[in-house]
Design a protein around this ligand. Structure first.
Ligand SMILES: Nc1nc(=O)c2c([nH]1)NC[C@@H]1CN(c3ccc(C(=O)N[C@@H](CCC(=O)O)C(=O)O)cc3)C=[N+]21
Length: 284
């Protein structure tokens, strides 16, 4: 058997087409959703990712701007800018690209963003609302993962979902969203014993480790839905996942590729969050 490869690019395109229609209607009502991205320093990966956001914004018709700072910017200066954007009624979404230079505290920056404009879904208020199950801005990658699983036609309710990884931006929130969808959720991490024994029980396996090619066919049950969240740039410059794609493809039921899987969905859910934030701020 060979897995069906989940086309994240195509799924992202479908959602963006739906969003473009919605944005056109909002514009008729005089509302143009606006996203402001703050980019600090000159990490090439961050720059390429921010380009993806600008392109995506143009595609669906929302306006976006990127504010660039050298990595010498002080934390106070950055917080002052965020305070100004919080007050600006024309700005609906604020995203500060991570990682930040070491002299700036990530937590302080995330907490400075108005939760209503936190399109990353990283603010503790939004995380709390997500865990409770309230309607809120959801973190983009986990939200995109749920959409990808649902659009394969897979029912999540009652399934055993195993997540490998417990980061604040992927592992923890995706576990919470899977639970919200009524999956039975197991979270594995670097201290987990008998990883293989657990992952082989998964109907849905979400891999967010951040190491190239560490999950192989021995970790996967026949027919499982395997979501590879890894974005690892290897020496050759190639982007690879955490999963050994070729061998897991032989056993899984569904499998996401890297690139072209979760990545395009992350940007799409950011656009969706920006539209949602704009509507809420305008009481629509
Ligand atoms: N505040 C903040 N929010 C983020 O959401 C955030 C961040 N900071 N910092 C960096 C990470 C990384 N991230 C990616 C999103 C899309 C792709 C993506 O679209 N990847 C393409 C390939 C792109 C390529 O080939 O370079 C794909 O997988 O097909 C990758 C990585 C969001 N992040």
């Amino acid at each position: 058997m060979s897995a069906i490869v989940i086309d994240g690019k195509e799924t992202a395109k479908q959602i963006r087409e739906e969003l473009a229609k919605e944005v056109a209607e909002l514009k008729n009502k005089g509302l143009t959703p606006h996203l402001t991205v703050i980019l600090i320093g000159d990490d090439p990966a961050s720059h390429s990712y921010v380009k993806g956001k600008e392109k995506g914004s143009q595609e669906i018709g929302i306006s976006s701007e990127v504010i660039r700072y050298p990595d010498t910017i002080s934390q106070d200066e950055l917080l002052a800018k965020i305070a100004e954007l919080n007050e600006n009624p024309n700005v609906h979404g604020i995203l500060v690209q991570l990682p930040l230079p070491p002299h700036i505290a990530e937590e302080a920056v995330i907490e400075a963003i108005d939760p209503a404009k936190d399109v990353d879904g990283f603010h503790p208020v939004n995380i709390g609302n997500m865990v409770i199950g309230n309607d809120t801005l959801l973190p983009c990658t986990p939200y995109g993962i749920i959409e990808l699983i649902k659009r394969t036609g897979t029912e999540i309710s009652g399934k055993h979902a195993v997540v490998i990884g417990r980061s604040n931006i992927v592992g923890k929130p995706v576990s919470s969203l899977l639970l919200r969808e009524n999956a039975t959720v197991t979270i594995c991490h670097s201290r987990t014993r008998n990883l293989q024994e657990l992952t082989r029980q998964a109907d849905i396996l979400v891999v967010a480790i951040g190491k190239p090619h560490v999950i192989g066919k021995e970790h996967v049950a026949p027919g499982a839905v395997v979501i590879d969240v890894g974005v690892n740039r290897i020496e050759s410059g190639k982007l690879v996942g955490d999963v050994k794609f070729d061998e897991v493809k032989e056993i899984a039921g569904y499998l996401t590729p890297v690139p072209g899987g979760v990545g395009p969905m992350t940007i799409t859910m950011l656009l969706q969050n920006t539209v949602k934030a704009a509507k809420r701020l305008a009481n629509l």
